[in-house]
Design a protein around this ligand. Structure first.
Ligand code: ADP
Ligand code: MG
Length: 463
């Protein structure tokens, strides 16, 4: 679990600080709900204070059952039980921590109390943008080429190329990465430009708070006076009328004054259910660019680029193994690599095929869980904003027929169920009806790009 926390922190902290203060730390053990972390020397105790809030945030995000994190040098923690973490990590060899003697017997530092480190960057841009999400670091493949080109065009000529730019695609496809890269690039070209990156969730929360504390004026000032507004995961605004209304006005103000707007979403505008039409139609004013899952070659290239940035040598067979065993999500791909690198550095071994298989076994196993028809029905119903029962009814309106056909298609593709069995689980349909439905989707998939994407996305969710 500490490795996972580190993975999350790495994305939020600048490289130098991470290398200096966090990389040398090691998971020790867990006792009750306290996570013990080994530090090489007492100087590292301040890690707990410095990054308290970020550590807490990572624990929350990862939903770990941990209340406290305690940092200890090996001397402070001589009899630590050796607990395997996540089933994958063997006990640490003690030689991997060549800790100097502590200069004073300090009490263990605890996370969760002190104030977070102040951002040392320009408040309006750098502090919100991950320094690693640059265009240079983005690997181009057939699935993201278009979105990448569009993002670069927007960064080069804000408000003049495409406004808004609407990026959409599944989880971990690089939408956030591209948005940050636009922010960095604009900032490089126009150091005085004010850039605001905000998630749909944060926008919503800030709005709610502004209403509550009567601060709407400053809320509006904040979002309506920027040169570039990057709003991520806009789907979060679904069903939130007041927030949508506010965003509608923000959008209009910015657009009218020729300010760039970039929006990211997990689905195209027309599939944003519970959105006002006037907003949806505005999302279509500029350019809509989708990102499709990376193919194998792109996945290998992403892994190699990432390994390079970690100054790690990644053999091609290992890269291929990871790329073909981890499905489409690039975040998981990176997670597997981070885990492998951490494991090898902890054990002081080279990255080889054998080590990789051993280290990633559990990681990959959890990806091939069994998928049930019920799970498919739930995912499809959720995606289309309907109830599972509706998929089973004898209702032949188009809004229901298409999702039902998709669900049947997925049941055939992703489970072992026979056609009659699938028919039974969809309210007693004849197996020829099932066959017909599957055939229809199969055929449409070849030409209908959006249908194809919806199906990929559902498969991704189910996996
Ligand atoms: P999304 O916002 O679409 O869910 P992210 O932008 O958060 O996805 O990407 C997840 C992770 O994968 C990030 O660490 C990102 O840097 C990485 N990533 C995604 N696509 C690429 C790519 N084409 N090249 C390099 N890294 C990528
Ligand atoms: Mg994202």
């Amino acid at each position: 679990s500490w490795v996972r926390i580190l993975g999350a922190l790495e994305k939020k902290i600048n490289r130098q600080s991470f290398e200096t203060w966090l990389k040398p730390t090691r998971f020790s053990h867990i006792a009750g709900r306290t996570l013990f972390v080994r530090i090489p020397s007492v100087e590292f105790e301040k890690v707990g204070e410095k990054y308290a809030d970020l550590i807490q945030e990572a624990i929350d995000n990862l939903q770990l059952d941990i209340d406290d994190v305690t940092f200890q040098t090996p001397q402070q923690d001589p009899s630590a039980p050796r607990v395997r973490e996540d089933g994958g990590f063997a006990p640490l060899p003690s030689h991997s921590l060549n800790a100097p003697r502590p200069s004073r017997p300090g009490a263990p530092a605890q996370a969760g109390i002190a104030a977070p480190e102040q951002a040392r960057f320009d408040w309006n841009a750098a502090s919100q943008l991950n320094p690693r999400y640059q265009f240079d670091a983005f690997v181009i493949g057939s699935g993201n080429q278009f979105a990448m080109a569009a993002s670069q065009a927007v960064a080069e000529r804000p408000s003049k190329a495409y406004n808004p730019l609407f990026l959409y695609g599944g989880v971990g496809m690089g939408k956030t990465h591209l948005m940050h890269a636009i922010g960095h690039d604009v900032k490089r070209r126009q150091p005085h430009a004010s850039i605001c990156y905000v998630s749909g969730e944060k926008f919503t929360n800030e709005m709610i708070n502004s209403v509550r504390y009567d601060k709407m004026t400053s809320f509006r000032d904040k979002f309506r006076n920027v040169d570039v507004l990057l709003i991520d995961d806009i789907q979060f605004l679904a069903g939130k009328e007041r927030t949508q209304e506010e965003f509608f006005h923000t959008f209009n103000t910015l657009h009218e004054s020729m300010k760039q707007i970039v929006i990211a979403s997990d689905r195209p505008p027309k599939e944003l259910a519970d959105f006002e039409d006037r907003l949806r139609s505005r999302f279509e004013w500029g350019l809509i660019a989708d990102i499709q899952p990376p193919d194998l070659e792109t996945k290998v290239a992403i892994l190699q680029k990432k390994a390079e940035s970690e100054q790690t040598q990644l053999p091609t067979d290992v890269a291929l193994f990871i790329a073909s065993n981890v499905r489409t999500n690039v975040r998981e791909l990176e997670g597997a690599l981070v885990r492998l690198i951490a494991w090898c550095s902890m054990h002081g071994v080279e990255i080889t095929m054998a080590v990789t298989q051993q280290c990633l076994k559990q990681f990959i196993d959890t990806q091939v869980r069994k998928i049930t028809i019920e799970a498919i029905q739930r995912a499809v119903a959720e995606h289309f904003g309907m109830r599972v029962a509706e998929l089973k009814q004898k209702n032949n309106s188009r809004q229901i027929v298409v999702p039902r056909q998709i669900a049947m298609y997925l049941a055939k593709q992703m489970t072992e169920a026979s056609l009659p069995e699938i028919g039974r689980q969809f309210g007693g349909k004849h197996h020829t009806t099932v066959m017909h439905s599957i055939g229809k989707i199969d055929e449409q998939r070849r030409t209908d790009k959006d249908l194809n994407r919806t199906i990929n996305k559902l498969m991704e969710t189910l996996n």
